[in-house]
Design a protein around this ligand. Structure first.
Ligand SMILES: C[S@@+](CC[C@H](N)C(=O)[O-])C[C@H]1O[C@@H](n2cnc3c(N)ncnc32)[C@H](O)[C@@H]1O
Length: 186
């Protein structure tokens, strides 16, 4: 992430937006199971809220500095792993829910995003839920990503990509600046 992006993602304003608006919208009606995995926690805005209701929670962060920083900040029910969501150091079928928020556009190619979807499916128990949200490319979003990775999802193709990864019951909804998705491990 570039410097501006970093500043936003660790700001009190972002933490408040995540808690009050983003997570309630993204997870509205999504039943998260007791053993939860989050991919791409960043500075922990999403983790902080999710950890309150989670039984055990694991987060996988690809940036070593952010993973180390987060390790000092999370509550005792959260395990922080440094790793890539597209090749996770985790066993098959170990989680009831996998979530990711505002991170998929940072994965450098659609092929790598598909690998991440396949990994989410692999680590879920059958019937487990994969859910999340991501930004859509508005002018502000493009400005924010100058000099940064930006591979936005296409809401029209996301359902078939999730289906290819082994998910069923797929729902994708888009508004101007953001999409949310939910799917079941088939
Ligand atoms: C914009 S931040 C969002 C963080 C947090 N989910 C939030 O909403 O505040 C995206 C995070 O995803 C991480 N990330 C990007 N690609 C990743 C991957 N392949 N595996 C795990 N984490 C990844 C980045 O390092 C960054 O910390």
């Amino acid at each position: 992430m570039n410097l501006l992006h970093n500043r936003i993602c660790k700001s009190a304003k972002w933490f408040e937006k995540v808690e009050r608006h983003l997570l309630p919208w993204a997870l509205d009606g999504v039943p998260l199971g007791g053993n939860l995995l989050e991919i791409g926690p960043g500075f922990g805005a999403t983790t902080r809220v999710l950890a309150r209701d989670a039984g055990a929670m694991t987060v996988v962060e690809v940036n070593p500095k952010l993973a180390a920083r987060l390790r000092d900040k999370v509550p005792a029910n959260v395990t922080v792993l440094e790793g890539d969501g597209a090749a996770m150091p985790l066993p098959d079928a170990g989680f009831e829910s996998v979530v990711c928020f505002t991170m998929l556009h940072h994965v450098p190619s659609a092929a790598r995003q598909d690998e991440l979807f396949a990994e989410a499916r692999r680590v879920l128990t059958p019937g487990g839920v994969f859910a999340g949200s991501d930004s859509l490319p508005t002018p502000r979003f493009r400005l924010l990503h100058i000099g940064d990775i930006m591979v936005p999802l296409d809401p029209a193709t996301l359902p078939s990509r999730l289906e290819r990864a082994g998910f069923t019951g797929i729902k994708v909804e888009a508004r101007t600046d953001r999409l949310r998705f939910r799917a079941t491990a088939g």
